[in-house]
Ligand binder design. Structure first.
Ligand code: NAP
Length: 246
């Protein structure tokens, strides 16, 4: 169980999309303090709530990571939400775009986890929740490099969970399907709102779910994968055929 009520929560990428909605959902759940971190603090909405503390953080910057950890040394729950989706096809997109997604979604998030680890060890019971994706389980070729970066993130999240079990630090993956944010603007699929997604995430953390599937679309895809992982791959291949035919 990862309690949010009366706890001190740190959320990356908190200025828009799912991160911004998570700030509100954590406050609604009764969090004691919410560190809302973003690359540009002027863009963070503190919702007029004194429990919100704005923090400047580009997860890819070592000095900023270290400063954030110092400023937020009482963090108990770290939600690594920040992410980008630059790359397209894994086989034709320029390598720099594939590397850019890997740099933020995998290396940046991993570096944030590692930077906060000493603080979380001090403040236990603690938790790390990494926003992965349903794309951690199946590669969507229009987001080939992005999917690979989220598969890598899921893998290291799973490893951290195994390693930190028994140390008082719970580790969760959060695996959304299509969510209605800037990131998914061009995706023609039924999407869940960021607000509903954030509320479901907080509820699932409180319920202690190790892997969190906060929306209907992602849940349905995961069920297909659970039955037979090739079924989800076939469903993505069908989706692509239909897109090409349209
Ligand atoms: N939307 C979906 O369908 C979907 C599905 C599955 C998983 N996800 C994941 O959910 C998370 C949130 O995405 P979203 O949908 O809310 O997208 P979004 O609206 O594009 O928001 C992305 C957030 O990440 C921040 N960010 C990007 N690079 C960063 C960096 N280097 N350091 C710090 N912050 C950084 C952005 O800050 P700036 O404003 O400064 O750019 C922004 O706050 C991501 O990890 C994404 O991969 C999204």
């Amino acid at each position: 169980m990862t309690k949010i009520k009366d706890r001190i929560v740190f959320i990356t990428g908190a200025n828009r999309g799912i991160g911004k909605a998570l700030v509100k959902a954590a406050l609604d759940q009764g969090a004691k303090k919410v560190y809302a971190a973003a690359r540009d603090t002027a863009k963070i909405d503190d919702l007029g709530d004194k429990r919100v503390v704005k923090i400047k953080l580009d997860i890819n910057g070592k000095a900023q990571r270290e400063a954030a950890v110092k400023q937020a040394a009482d963090t108990q729950v770290l939600i690594n939400n920040a992410g980008i989706a630059t790359s397209g096809s894994g086989v034709t997109t320029p390598m720099e775009d594939i590397e850019r997604d890997m740099k933020t979604n995998y290396f940046g998030t991993l570096a944030a986890m590692r930077a906060f680890l000493p603080v979380l060890q001090k403040n236990k019971p603690a938790a790390i929740a990494n926003v992965c994706s349903i794309a951690s389980f199946v590669n969507f070729p229009p987001f080939g490099g992005y999917s690979a970066s989220k598969a890598a993130l899921f893998s290291i999240t799973q490893g951290a969970r195994i390693e930190l079990a028994g140390q008082g630090i719970a580790v969760h993956s959060i695996c959304p399907g299509p969510i209605d944010t800037d990131m998914a603007r061009g995706i023609d699929m039924e999407k869940t709102s960021a607000e509903d997604t954030a509320q479901a995430i907080i509820k699932a953390l409180e319920a202690g779910e190790p892997d969190i599937f906060p929306d209907k679309g992602g849940r349905e895809m995961f069920e297909l994968w659970s039955k037979n992982y090739r079924d989800l791959e076939a469903s993505v291949a069908d989706m692509m055929k239909q897109d090409q035919a349209a």
